[in-house]
Unconditional design. Structure first.
Lengths: 278, 308
């Protein structure tokens, strides 16, 4: 067994590792924040300073006044909320269908559902773009809301979640003459609301941070989401608005940061549920 | 339930077909509930797949007439150095970051799970935080940190008396920089999954081994790692798909360069489709890529099963 001295040494090593890794994790956030208050000439000045020498707010006023940040935030929120709510509705409904009903071809249908999960959606970007153009959905929010609304991952998640619910609750409601949709809406949904919070957070984050989708579909600047808008401040060699870009980056993080810190437990549950069970 | 229903009627009255129809009709609500997935998949999954296959045999600029090209596109792929470079980059990136990331994730999870250190929640939160960050913001922040002249990383190296590193200008360093960004972003995610996996392992096992004289390091490699195999495999497969499917990280940190050293298949496909409007050829490349990844995933599964 280890001596007390060796134990202390191990503890010091463990804490050092944890603290060093934590610093590496936090550093980019700190630097982003610091750069967002710097003058253009100070951003790559020597020595690099954590606290800006001449802190300025103009990077922030620039993105609000010149780059229509409020409009961009509005777009991002509409798309993220829209896709989250619609996805929650369709995936809980589908999960309920698979968890609580017996029907012909159920196994085959479920196997198809699982098989679609291995298709990386991004591979389909060309044909999907062609279809969206046929629909007249280019430069609209729909391509970012509709296709993923009934995703297999969510249905799988809620099937697991709902199958633990006792059938007696539903049977009793059926006796009382409740409709099948009524049972789903009034009995199932309230019971699974913790799971809906977990998965809703994942959906919201996925949509908020999505870059490739908005990049393909949102053409006009007034329809951009925040990720595309941050990228657009990069004009290639020598033309990048680093300060405003970092300011917009800071703002892009705030909503998710708040949501994450408030709902951390549910967030982690949503992340791990799919991995450990699947 | 369905069987009980059948027994109520004398067998002579129902043919198998009408019985099936009866069962389908009875389950109409279930079909309604699961239908959105199949409808959306038909329109935005199956149809694009078929259309994509068709497009891959054509030459098409995205507008105007479609020209049938037979197998020309697939012949071009064989000679497409950039595409094969992008596949190679996927493999290289995988080996550059996945072993380091998964080892660190498991080690951190074991440390946090052991109860030896205080501040479990604080450390978990700090390490997980990058995962919720969008990679556009992160990529550009890393560009600033990794700047050659006065970027923070090189200046810190200078303070230690070390020469600056051409992070984004050199072929291998650019790949390492990209790996740094990916590890930064995904370490917390993998750690959280490993933590959940560790909670399914009885703690007595590792403790008993240590009582028997095994060092914590021996217990880690001989007990924890083998028991965590399924979780590690899950993380490895998601990382494989992840390293070939990189897009945002690359397009904001290295833009695929220098000299295509960090170009990934998705960057290539996007460039072909929306940069030079070769819709037919881009579709052929996408299909080839999909089949290659599919085969690779199956091989990974098989190898794992054989080892067991």
């Amino acid at each position: 067994m280890s001596s007390p001295g060796k134990k202390n040494l191990t503890d010091i090593v463990l804490y050092t590792v944890l603290i060093l890794i934590s610093i590496f994790m936090i550093l980019p956030f700190v630097w982003m924040l610091s750069t967002s208050f710097k003058l253009p000439e100070d951003i790559f000045g020597y020595p690099p300073r954590l606290i800006p020498q001449n802190p300025i707010l103009s990077n922030y006023t620039f993105i609000f006044q010149e780059k229509a940040l409020l409009r961009i935030l509005f777009n991002t929120i509409v798309i993220a909320l829209g896709s989250t709510l619609l996805s929650l509705f369709f995936t809980t409904l589908g999960g309920y269908g698979f968890a609580k009903f017996a029907f012909p071809s159920k196994k085959t249908l479920f196997a198809i559902l699982l098989a679609t999960m291995i298709i990386p959606g991004a591979v389909m970007m060309v044909p999907t773009f062609v279809i969206m153009r046929e629909f007249g959905w280019v430069d609209k929010f729909w391509p970012l809301i509709i296709p993923g609304a009934a995703n297999a991952f969510g249905i799988f998640f809620f099937r697991q979640y709902i199958s633990t619910i006792n059938d007696e609750l539903m049977d009793a409601a059926r006796m009382d003459g409740a409709s099948e949709f009524g049972i789903f809406w009034r009995i199932i949904l309230p019971i699974i609301s913790p799971g809906m919070v977990s998965l809703g957070l994942i959906f919201f984050m996925g949509s908020w941070n999505n870059y490739l989708g908005p990049l393909i579909y949102l053409k006009s600047p007034e329809n951009w989401t925040i990720t595309v808008a941050i990228n657009a401040l990069n004009g290639g060699a020598g033309l990048t608005y680093w300060g405003p870009q970092m300011a917009m980056s800071v703002i892009s993080l705030i909503p998710l940061l708040i949501v994450f810190l408030v709902f951390q437990r549910q967030f982690v549950e949503g992340i791990t549920a799919g991995a450990i069970k699947g | 339930m369905v069987r009980a229903e059948k027994r109520k009627l004398p067998d002579a009255f129902i043919s198998p077909a009408s019985s099936l129809w009866h069962r389908i009709k009875k389950a109409r609500w279930a079909y309604t509930f699961i239908s959105p997935f199949y409808i959306l998949f038909a329109i935005f999954g199956l149809y694009p797949m078929v259309l994509s296959l068709y497009l891959s045999f054509t030459r098409w600029k995205g507008v105007g007439p479609m020209e049938f090209a037979g197998l020309i596109n697939f012949g071009l792929i064989l000679k497409d150095k950039v595409f094969w470079q992008s596949m190679e980059n996927g493999v290289i990136l995988f080996f550059l970051y996945v072993p380091v990331m998964l080892f660190l994730a498991l080690a951190l999870a074991v440390i946090l799970n052991s109860g030896r250190v205080k501040g479990f929640r604080l450390f978990r939160t700090l390490i997980f935080l990058p995962f919720i960050t969008n990679m556009v913001a992160a990529g550009f922040t890393f560009q600033i940190l990794l700047e050659k002249q006065n970027g923070l990383f090189n200046v810190l190296l200078g303070y230690l008396g070390l020469p600056g590193i051409p992070w984004l200008e050199n072929v291998w360093w650019a790949r390492i920089s990209l790996s740094l960004l990916i590890i930064w972003a995904w370490l917390g995610y993998n750690m959280v999954i490993m933590l959940a996996g560790l909670q399914t392992i009885p703690r007595d096992l590792t403790e008993a081994a240590q009582v028997d004289g095994a060092s914590p390091v021996q217990a880690f490699f001989n007990i924890t790692v083998p028991l965590m195999r399924p979780v590690i495999l899950f993380c490895m497969i998601t990382s494989t798909i992840g390293s070939f499917g990189l897009f945002t990280e690359v397009s904001t940190l290295t833009r695929g360069g220098p000299v295509n050293a960090t170009i990934t298949p998705l960057i290539r496909i996007y460039g072909l489709a929306f940069g030079s409007y070769q819709f037919g050829y881009a579709s052929a490349v996408a299909y080839t890529f999909f089949i290659l990844i599919f085969v690779l995933t199956i091989i990974q599964f098989r190898l794992n099963r054989e080892q067991e």
